[in-house]
Design a protein around this ligand. Sequence first.
Ligand SMILES: [Zn+2]
Length: 591
Amino acid sequence: MALISGESLERVKGAVDIVEVISAHTDLRRQGSRWVGLCPFHEERTPSFSVDAQEKLYHCFGCGVGGDAIKFVEEKEGLGFAEAVEVLADRYGVELVREREDPRAEARRQQRRRLGDLLDRTAIFYATYLWDSEEAGKAREYLAQRGLGEEALRAFGVGYAPSAWDTVLLRGQRAGFSVEELRAIGLAQRGKSGGEYDRFRSRIMFPIRDRRGRTLGFGGRAMRSDQGAKYVNTAETEFFHKSEMLYGIDLAKAAIAKAGRAIVVEGYTDVLALHQAGIEEAVGVMGTAITEEQVAALSGMVEEVVLALDADAAGQEAMLRAQRVAAGRKMRLRVAAMPAGEDPAEMLAEVGGAERFRALLDGAVELTAFQVGLVLDRTDAGSPAERDRALAEVAPILAGLGESASRDDLVRRVAERLDLEPAMVMGRVVAAQPLSGGPAAAPSGGEPAFAPRRAAELTSRERRERALLAMCIALPDEGGEYLARLGEEHLSPLGSRAAAWLRQHPDDPASDLPREDAELSGLIAELVIVAHEEPASPESMELNFLLLEQRRIEAEIAAAGERDDYERRAALSRERAALVERIAHAERVGD
Ligand SMILES: [Zn+2]
């Protein structure tokens, strides 16, 4: 895609109201020059999330996240930079100019938009047909029997496809779309005799939307027993890649981000039933196993994914691959085992079903432990042949965990259950090839998730360096001097990067955040907000600098001691004594 021009980027940044953007996710109230509220990125009871409307930056003093409005939309909606800019440009009416636009790329984008509109319009047509047509009466009855109310059905845009062969085909053609276009987005298909007809007929239609609520495909449930497949989905098209889609993500994303957890179920009606029961962090995978792409799509939004599906049927290899992706992105994958033959929608339709489902969620276990448990449950430990088979099955699963406490725990469990020596089981595990790919610790593709440090975990040196760097922004004249005096030996590695950034961007450090370095841009946002809010004075800058200087000298004294360089150590000790006096003096001035 062509690059968004720097000028339009500036216009988007100028047009956004960051307080409004963030208010959609958490309640903010004004406190002096800033806005505060509960952090939408971590659970908390007292507000440590701060928004600076003038600088258009946010920062959480609890979990350390921070950035500008674009960053916020990226994180919260799980979008890439360009997409986040588009969302904001749309919302604030800024027309984006793209540089070096390839005319073919532009034509493709317009075509995509046109076809996307048709998909959205078709979804609306199906939904209207469900509620208004006589033909859909049975479908309405079926959905009501499943305990699904009109409110949830309308929110998810559930619809009904007419039984006629060509309703959607003709509507599309009348609206100016060609048969090829209708085929390209999966609404029409060609029969054996060469004629074209609607792919979906006499089916309850579930529009499958992306995060932004755009319909990309459909799932259709048969209403008659003579209809062949019970479920038919849109075939893979240029728009629709089923393995990447999460059903309901557009309606679940806010709850997912808030809970830090996603609940993954199999079917469309499961998702609806859960949302209806107030468990809104539920999404559907439309298949028996969660895919690597789906795990990747959730990463960044969640710390934990709970699979409430029939994990026995789900391909073990696929699950373990998904788990490897999850582990690489610092996400936990757990399984809430559904009772045999029961799905979440059925459970929730019963009296007390929501409580039962919540209890299952609470009892969810790690995926690997769950799979090992399945093997052990199937094994008759009295038979040597059975024990051999079980060992052969669990060894590659456990090998995939790499060296870890959870692997050791599971090895002990297997040994006990099969009545074997733990060392013998471990020997088999170490010798086994992991079920797929390398050890769990190796992230499979993609960026490792950046986990900001919580403020409470900062060392006193880090707190001091942050205070000083913020004052360097607040008082730029003095700041320039201190930035020149501060060296790597005074600062943490991240602090050094921030100091370097401030030296390079003395006038407006936050106008163009270093997006490729999430940790650094988070810190810069924090420093600018603090600079704006906290009092700064040359005296307190000096005091903070001297305290960092003291740290530096102490580290050097320790190093000299290790080298047995007593002369150097004595000199440094004298330096420290002088410094301590200056600090005492600076503290008196500061008071
Ligand atoms: Zn936070």
